[in-house]
Design a protein around this ligand. Structure first.
Ligand code: NAP
Length: 280
């Protein structure tokens, strides 16, 4: 089954003109999906549009949008609202090394917007449509830097942890409604900012990241890409996390516990916990 057959006619890639985002756009078009995508630079958007249309004969909708702008999500929604988007990749993510105490507040807030704030808004928007359609795919990239706190990459690391845990929650929650969610834990990959030859040791081609992610989509909430698997497999133990995800889901979705969270009824919650402990 092609991705088009499984998820529908249109895909949207936030940051889809180059690098890993460009590889997502290529793959989705190759699978017959029409592709909407955005970026900040008209020239690279146009190059990608021409390539996708000539190579795969699909429709495209490129548009300029800085995903760090506070109203970026509204702009994206305006551009894609008439499309039946069944595959959503939020690719854009900005990092750079620096000492935390030297950071510029406005720059870090912009980074937070690009990496997570706009991602959150669009994930909600596409979730509503996909749940209503009973199918869809959402890809929210993380990084090795999102598994543990990463000194000198603090904000980036924290935003990638945000994307990772959001995806884990949605994998469980939306999976019940036919929506597949995954967060690839990505290592060094040839990109807009890392232009090295294919085959450079330890550095993946963007296409490999896409293929390794697709191989687990609809099955797992995350995938650690092959180049960093050995380094992260003990820091991120998928099977243990899946057990905890399901436990938390059960607890939070439990009406007794929901009463505590919504009404703050601590006495009744603790007495129920006590009853349960005694039962066990
Ligand atoms: N590459 C790696 O080594 C690596 C490692 C771990 C995780 N990741 C994750 O992989 C994802 C891709 O990162 P990448 O560095 O490899 O980038 P990339 O995919 O090479 O390129 C980024 C794409 O996003 C667009 N973009 C960047 N900033 C944007 C903004 N503010 N608004 C709109 N579009 C924007 C770029 O177009 P414009 O420049 O025209 O805006 C380009 O199309 C990120 O989520 C990153 O955290 C990458």
């Amino acid at each position: 089954m092609t991705l088009k057959e499984k998820y529908g006619n249109w895909a949207f890639v936030a940051g889809g003109s180059e690098g890993i985002g460009g590889a997502w756009a290529e793959k989705l078009a190759k699978e017959g999906m029409n592709v909407a995508f955005c970026g900040r630079h008209a020239e690279t958007l146009e190059e990608k549009r021409a390539a996708l249309e000539s190579r795969y004969g699909v429709e495209t909708r490129p548009f300029i949008c800085d995903l760090g702008d506070l109203d970026a999500y509204q702009k994206v929604i305006k551009e894609v609202d008439d499309l039946d988007v069944g595959f959503f990749v939020y690719n854009a993510g900005i990092s750079d090394n620096g000492f935390f105490a030297d950071r510029d507040i406005e720059t870090e807030l912009w980074r937070l917007n690009v990496n997570s704030r706009t991602l959150l808004a669009l994930a909600i928007y596409f979730s509503k449509k996909m749940v209503a359609a009973g199918k869809g795919a959402i890809v929210l990239p993380s990084s090795g830097a999102g598994v543990c706190g990463s000194p000198y990459l603090q904000t980036y690391s924290a935003t990638k942890a945000y994307n990772l845990t959001l995806a884990e929650a949605l994998w469980s929650e939306l999976g019940e409604f036919g929506v597949d969610v995954i967060s690839p834990i990505i290592g060094a990959t040839i990109s807009q900012n890392l232009k090295v030859p294919v085959g450079t040791p330890g550095i993946q081609a963007p296409e490999e990241v896409v293929e390794e992610t697709l191989a687990q989509l609809g099955k797992e909430p995350t995938v650690i890409v092959s180049t960093i698997y050995d380094m992260f497999k003990n820091a991120y133990i998928l099977e243990e996390r899946k057990k905890v995800i399901e436990h938390i889901k059960h607890e939070v979705h439990n009406p007794e516990v929901a009463d505590f969270f919504t009404k703050g009824d601590l006495d009744s919650y603790t007495s129920k916990l006590m009853e349960r402990a005694l039962d066990n």
